[in-house]
Design a binder for this molecule. Structure first.
Ligand SMILES: Nc1ncnc2c1ncn2[C@@H]1O[C@H](COP(=O)(O)OP(=O)(O)OP(=O)(O)O)[C@@H](O)[C@H]1O
Ligand SMILES: [Mg+2]
Length: 301
């Protein structure tokens, strides 16, 4: 049975709408459009088959911050890994800016520097300074001169509030600053897409809020497409242009919510009535899917 998605209408006529709102994210960004079309992923199809993604279709415009929420084990990471090119898909296709990443005629996963998974812990070289970590990728690629790379790295660090930490080692700065270094390091490679898998899960809510504002600041200066998985609805609504609420496993979009709160945002939006309305609307669907996953788990157990 085909499922009609309940897609929210963006802002009403009376609202003053920023040019950078839901569904029309960052119109000046021309690269990084992802088309996930009818994707199925079955692990071990010949053995104890586990279907993780079920005929999932999502169009993500270039420059959108697309937030993915859904029950534990529903298949979110599987989808992220498929976009990153870490594993193949069983059927369907994924395109980036019209180029086939995987699908008919291209069965193998294709990782590429145009899509970067931002690892939040342990991916920095502890024996290199922050500046050296950030410059490392482009130095290896060898497309720019050393001085151009270091100039760019210093400038991006300054934009991200990392001035003064260039010569520190990752272990010498706070975890919040380390996470910024990770993001800047990813952006140094000029990716089209950044992929985040619950990056702030372990943080307390105050540190999280600082990280959210820092991420948005970095995003406003370096607009790329962001595919961001989280279990935290507040995080999803605060950051995202759109919220894709996934069904319980196997995952596919259950509901798509346009977060029609204009960017740039700061934490004051959390107290707005629109924020609360969106939260309420999303919560119901998330809860329903979580309950289904819980019930299914109980049956399986
Ligand atoms: N390599 C694998 N081989 C077999 N099954 C797998 C593999 N990776 C994941 N799975 C299964 O696929 C399903 C989806 O897993 P996935 O990690 O994508 O879910 P998730 O939504 O990211 O979960 P969580 O919210 O807990 O991170 C789960 O049932 C999981 O056990
Ligand atoms: Mg996961």
């Amino acid at each position: 049975m085909s499922e009609v998605l309940d897609r929210k209408v963006v802002a009403d006529d009376s609202a003053k709408v920023d040019s950078d709102v839901a569904g029309r994210a960052a119109p000046e960004v021309t690269k990084g459009a992802i088309c996930i079309d009818d994707v199925v992923k079955i692990y071990d199809p010949d053995g104890a088959a586990v279907m993780a993604v079920d005929h999932c279709s999502i169009d993500i415009p270039a420059g959108e911050i697309c937030m993915i929420v859904g029950p534990s084990g529903c298949g979110k990471t599987t989808l992220l890994n498929a976009i990153a090119g870490f594993h193949d898909i069983t059927s369907g296709s994924i395109h980036l800016d019209g180029e086939l990443l995987c699908g008919p005629g291209k069965p193998e996963a294709t990782p590429g520097s145009d899509r970067i998974v931002v690892f939040q812990n342990g991916a920095l070289f502890p024996w290199k300074t922050n500046l050296e970590n950030i410059a490392f990728g482009p130095l290896m690629a060898g497309k720019l001169s050393k001085s151009e790379i270091y100039d760019k790295a210093r400038s991006m660090m300054a934009d991200a509030g990392l001035s003064g930490t260039e010569n520190n080692y990752p272990g010498e700065v706070s975890s919040g600053l380390r996470r910024r270094v990770e993001i800047v390091r990813a952006l140094m490679n000029d990716p089209k897409v950044l992929l985040f898998d619950e990056p702030y899960r372990a943080l307390d809510s105050l540190t999280k809020s600082v990280m959210h504002e820092a991420l948005l600041e970095i995003y406003y200066r370096n607009k790329v497409t962001i595919f961001f998985i989280t279990h935290d609805l507040e995080e999803a609504i605060f950051l995202g242009h759109r919220l894709i609420i996934m069904s319980s496993r196997p995952c596919k979009p259950k509901k798509i919510v346009d977060v029609d709160i204009p960017h740039p945002r700061d934490y004051s939006v959390l107290t707005s009535s629109r924020f609360r309305e969106i939260m309420l609307e999303a919560k119901g669907v998330v809860h329903e899917e979580a309950q289904k996953a819980f019930d299914a788990g109980e049956k399986e157990g």
